[in-house]
Design a protein around this ligand. Structure first.
Ligand code: NDP
Length: 335
């Protein structure tokens, strides 16, 4: 049983030496447990937060802990009522080949309905993040302008496509011309902007002639600075993630812009609301039903970026934080 543990807390960008690949005996399931073999491991930006000791919405990992992660696994052996060998399940087995589970958080998948790994992306946690954040906090109305960055990732791509389904104009921000082309040609965004272009703020203003009604915040940093002056009165900002800052070690230099922000919140009556997808757990069924239907009808599309081999997970996570992934980042653990 290979497993990858947290070897050291990263300072700034994670390094390969912050992870360690270990081998251990395959665990034995006790009565009331199943033995799982990992097929797919999801890599997600939140993992950077768990590696750090800073206080957050979830408990940090301890040094030596197996890295956390959403997984699709097959049941190898079952001593748990309701599960049988051969079942395919979605759960949180983490960065390892085998794990035992008492069934908590396990969801059986029907491989006939959709490729099983979509339960980690478009039909899973990232898709649900987009859906619940946009619908509950963004509250899109036809004709409004919705802006999202990290727009080719599993969260951003769903935000833009759902916005379009709700009759909005969707503007996506992504790193590089290939990703921008994908937004327009494959996902149907109305405009796409490369955040690495030196004139990104001007391009964004041009793409949003009527201002911005909803900014789905995935990144922070320079993108937020470009968005901020374009926000309309009563704009809504679901604050979902700040991936541009996850590797920060100190506050950015420069003047204190907090008073300017608060003054705009007041005078433009902005709604900024942070959320964690679990806050909307009661909407999981609505999401599952709507998203599967959109997928079946071809009204939403998704893209996967697959890395082979558990041993390559650390480098892939390091790359995710720098935008090297193109689509939902997955590790195929079992060939
Ligand atoms: P992605 O697959 O989109 O990966 C992150 C992307 O962020 C990179 O590919 C890169 O894309 C972009 N990025 C990185 N640095 C910067 C930067 N400095 N400026 C602009 N873009 C940058 O990730 P997800 O779709 O899984 O997640 C998107 C966001 O949603 C993250 O912030 C994540 O933490 C958050 N999230 C929040 C949840 C919640 O419950 N609140 C749940 C799930 C995710 P590019 O090349 O286009 O720049």
């Amino acid at each position: 049983n290979r497993r990858i543990v947290l070897a050291a807390r990263p300072k700034g960008e994670p390094k390969p030496s912050d992870f360690r690949l270990e081998t251990a005996p395959v665990p034995e399931p006790a009565d009331g447990q199943v033995l799982l073999r990992t097929l797919w491991l999801s890599l997600d930006p939140y993992m950077r937060g768990r590696m750090s000791a800073a206080k957050s919405y979830a408990k940090p990992l301890e040094i030596g802990d197996v890295m956390v992660g959403g997984t699709v696994s097959e049941v190898v052996e079952s001593k748990l009522h309701g599960f049988a060998a051969g079942d395919v399940v979605q759960g949180y087995a983490g960065w390892q080949d085998y794990a035992v589970s008492d069934g908590t958080g396990l969801r059986k998948l029907d491989p006939g309905l959709a490729p099983v790994q979509t339960s980690l992306g478009v039909l899973g946690m990232p898709g649900m993040t987009a859906y619940t954040g946009l619908m509950n906090i963004g509250q899109p109305k036809p004709g409004e302008t919705v802006v999202v960055a990290a727009a080719t990732g599993p969260v951003g791509s769903m935000v833009g496509q759902i916005a379009r389904l709700k009759g909005c104009r969707a503007v996506g921000i992504a790193g590089g011309p290939e990703k921008c082309r994908h937004l327009i040609e494959d996902l149907g965004f109305d405009a796409a902007i490369d955040h690495r272009s030196p004139d990104m703020p001007e391009q964004l203003a041009q793409a949003c002639p009527k201002g911005i009604d909803i900014y789905f915040e995935n990144v922070g940093g320079a993108v937020w600075s470009a968005v901020f002056p374009l926000l309309n009165d009563f704009a809504r900002i679901p604050v979902c993630g700040l991936v541009a800052h996850y590797n920060d070690t100190a506050p950015p230099p420069g003047p204190d812009r907090l008073p300017q922000l608060m003054s705009a919140v007041l005078s433009r009556r902005l709604t900024l609301r942070g959320f964690i997808v679990g806050d909307f757990a009661s909407q999981a069924e609505d999401f599952g039903r709507e998203a599967s239907q959109w997928l079946r009808e071809g009204r939403i599309k998704y893209r996967e970026d697959v890395v082979d081999g558990l041993e390559n997970a650390p480098q892939a996570l390091i790359g995710l934080l720098q935008g090297h992934n193109f689509g939902k980042l997955l590790v195929r653990v079992k060939q």
